[in-house]
Design a protein around this ligand. Structure first.
Ligand code: 3PG
Length: 400
């Protein structure tokens, strides 16, 4: 983007592919981290006199307009953060988008509606995606890719559109890639990785890669129970992915062979029912040993002994990557494990990277100062796939 700015963007229409896929409660944004993350790029372009057309997906609508997934709240928030009026187009490539962009003055910003309201955005068919990209290309003279959270998606606005316009990476993508490179190139050891989240299947590829890179892997969240079951523990009514047991068992064995410390919970906070996240009504949590969870209870957080154990495993780290909450942090009864890990990162002198929409939102919602972490990535799947060593379509397109 520095080169684009140096060449001059005044009067040019610049399409900024952002990731404004923020968590919403109705029309209220519960964490605006992703909007704040793209501000430097949007501001720099607007200050340089560009007509800035910001686009993003939000959620997973079905390829047609769906008010529940409108980007309007994100556009409003972007305007508040910029301290200026942001125009909003109620479609992606239709009359509203065309006239909104045509009416932009130099230095003004517009947001177009959710790209996934058009089936062409996510289509697996190259021609269908290409046709949508052609129409998006009509809205702009230049393209800036800055939606790091979506660079792992081979979608029209991420992959096909940059091939149709002069393009550059924005400040956010440059920062994210710079940080993640540090985790793959010359990492300062011990390299400790904490992984949580509900589904072990989402994390298998990254664990596979990390078993050859990390010194220690700490497992929490819903995915921990598949590991506990693979070890032959009684996991009661906890979430488990039985079909993943063979691969998880192989990972446990490989960790031992490779000298990677793979650490699983020693205790868990459990309850008979999943808590009500809306009312946050008190539930009846009990702390039980991780190898003997009663049949009628489900584990919902790592326990206090595990929190302390993980903190000790993080204390002497040179580098930490953390992805995925340790428990159902949205409910106060099951937030302590995630808090313990977040606090351990804050206390650590290591270079700490928090990846993943959920963990990034968790540290902010739990009241941690985001500046106390080395880097909070806006990418969930994107940062994991980067660490897996995969080619990311949205980055490849910007290099081409
Ligand atoms: C994310 O939230 O990880 C990104 O915005 C990508 O969203 P997606 O998984 O729906 O493609």
């Amino acid at each position: 983007i520095d080169e684009l700015l140096a060449e001059g963007v005044a009067g040019k229409r610049v399409f900024v592919r952002a990731d404004l896929n923020v968590p919403l409660d109705g029309a209220t944004i519960t964490d605006d981290g992703r909007i704040r993350a793209v501000l430097p790029t949007v501001k720099a372009l607007a200050d340089a006199g560009a007509k800035v057309v910001v686009a993003s997906h939000l959620g997973r609508p079905k390829g047609e307009p769906d008010p529940a997934f409108s980007l309007a709240p994100a556009a409003d928030r972007l305007g508040e953060l910029l301290g200026s009026t942001v125009a909003f187009a109620t479609d992606t490539v239709g009359d509203s988008a065309r006239s909104t962009v045509a009416d932009l003055a130099d230095g003004q910003v517009a947001v177009i509606e959710n790209l996934r309201f058009n089936a062409g955005e996510t289509s697996k068919d190259d021609a269908e995606r290409g046709a949508f990209a052609d129409r998006l290309a009509e809205l702009a003279d230049l393209y800036v890719g800055d939606g790091f959270g979506a660079v792992h998606r081979k979608h029209a606005s991420v992959f096909d559109l940059p091939a149709r316009l002069p393009h550059a990476a924005g400040f956010l993508i440059a920062t994210e890639v710079g940080v993640l490179k540090q985790l793959t190139d010359d990492v300062k050891r011990p390299y400790v990785v904490a992984l949580g989240g509900s589904k072990v299947s989402d994390k298998l590829a990254v664990i596979d890669e990390l078993l050859g890179r990390a010194d220690r892997i700490l497992i929490g969240g819903g995915m921990a129970f598949t590991f506990l079951k693979a070890k032959g523990y009684e996991i009661g009514a906890s979430l488990v992915q039985d079909d993943q047991l063979p691969v998880v068992t192989e990972y446990v064995e490989r960790a031992e062979k490779n000298g990677v410390e793979l650490v699983v919970p020693v205790d868990v906070v459990a309850a008979a029912r999943f808590p009500d996240l809306k009312t946050k009504a008190p539930s009846d949590p009990v702390t039980v040993d991780a190898d003997a969870i009663p049949a009628d209870l489900m584990g919902l957080d790592i326990g206090p002994r595990t929190g302390a154990l993980y903190a000790s495993k993080l204390a002497d780290a040179g580098t930490v990557f953390w992805n995925g909450p340790m428990g159902v942090f949205e409910h106060p009864d099951y937030a302590e494990g995630t808090k313990a890990v977040a606090q351990a990162l804050v206390d650590s002198p290591a270079f700490t990277v928090v990846g993943g929409g959920d963990s990034a939102a968790a540290v902010r919602l739990l009241g941690f100062d985001e500046n106390a972490f080395g880097h909070i990535s806006t990418g969930g799947g994107a940062s994991l796939e980067y660490l897996e060593g995969k080619t990311l379509p949205g980055l490849a397109a910007l290099e081409g």
